[in-house]
Write a protein that binds this ligand. Structure first.
Ligand code: KMH
Ligand code: ZN
Length: 274
């Protein structure tokens, strides 16, 4: 099996400090959470930005500050920006951080219910995002909330807009999405073309069991406060690093080595960092 790539989704757009006081808001706080996650074993950080009051934003100046702070710390962790942003943002708003040419960005290849709202990703928007990422040299991570999103990504491959091998992230267990069951994870993992890589992001209480399954199945793992605010039932997580460190311990116990950022670059077909 390949070494395990741990992604840390440090803040997201929805979680609040009212729910967990460790949710970072400012650029400095978000960067510090990313740096701590990298020190704990994350090879990749998935970033959203917030205004200082916690409002989600895709402002590239804030992303630039977060990215500069992460790099200034000396870590070579892979930086992946969100193009999902928050529900209700325009396509132009969502695309802003791609122009900073991070190594990776997320690309959700379909529309999905998001609690009582809708995360809107019609075909023309997805194609536009894919083309802009390719033009900027940014490697997409295909965010899959239901199986049709795999087919949508593969349709873009056929059209020459995306290229194989792709890296997929299966996001399971949120409100209105595919359920976080072992059967669904196995089905999704078996539905992508040979040579592609995958990761799983379980929402809330599903984070730990799906992460453990993925360690055993040869997939990769995403944890972090964006997806889960708790360490265990009734106990809030003390920060992103705590959630990363737990996956490192589980992988160690199960005999799966952890990928460094450079090893993750090789596995994900990213260029080496000079
Ligand atoms: N906040 C969600 C609406 C992504 O980062 O690409 C979208 C999201 C996915 O979080
Ligand atoms: Zn996200």
């Amino acid at each position: 099996m390949e070494k395990l790539i741990i992604t840390c989704a440090v803040v997201g757009a929805e979680v609040t400090r009212g729910e967990n006081p460790h949710v970072p808001y400012t650029a400095e706080e978000i960067a510090n959470e990313a740096i701590a996650a990298a020190k704990a074993g994350a090879a990749l950080v998935h970033l959203h930005a917030r205004k200082t009051d916690g409002t989600p934003t895709q402002d590239s100046a804030i992303f630039a500050e977060i990215m500069a702070r992460i790099r200034a710390s000396g870590t070579d962790v892979i930086i992946q920006v969100s193009t999902g942003g928050a529900v209700g943002m325009t396509a132009a708003e969502r695309l802003q951080p791609v122009r900073l040419q991070p190594e990776m960005a997320t690309l959700t290849t379909g529309t999905v219910n998001f609690g009582s709202t809708v995360f809107w990703n019609p075909p023309d928007l997805v194609e536009q995002f894919a083309r802009e990422m390719t033009a900027a040299g940014v490697r997409p991570e295909i965010e899959v909330f239901e199986p049709g999103m795999i087919d949508n990504a593969l349709r873009l491959v056929k059209q020459g807009v995306l290229a194989l091998p792709l890296h997929f992230d299966f996001v399971l267990g949120g409100p209105g999405w595919m359920a976080a069951t072992p059967r669904n994870l196995i089905f999704l993992a078996e539905s992508i073309p040979p040579g592609c890589t995958w990761c799983v992001a379980g929402i809330g209480r599903h984070q730990l069991p799906l992460a453990t399954m993925s360690v055993l199945m040869g997939g990769h793992v995403r944890v972090g406060l964006e997806d889960n605010l708790f360490y265990r039932k009734g106990e809030l997580a003390t920060g992103n690093a705590q959630l990363v460190a737990r996956v490192v311990r589980i992988a160690n116990e199960l005999g799966r080595d952890i990928a460094t950022p450079d090893e993750a670059r090789r596995i994900l077909h990213l260029l080496p960092r000079t």
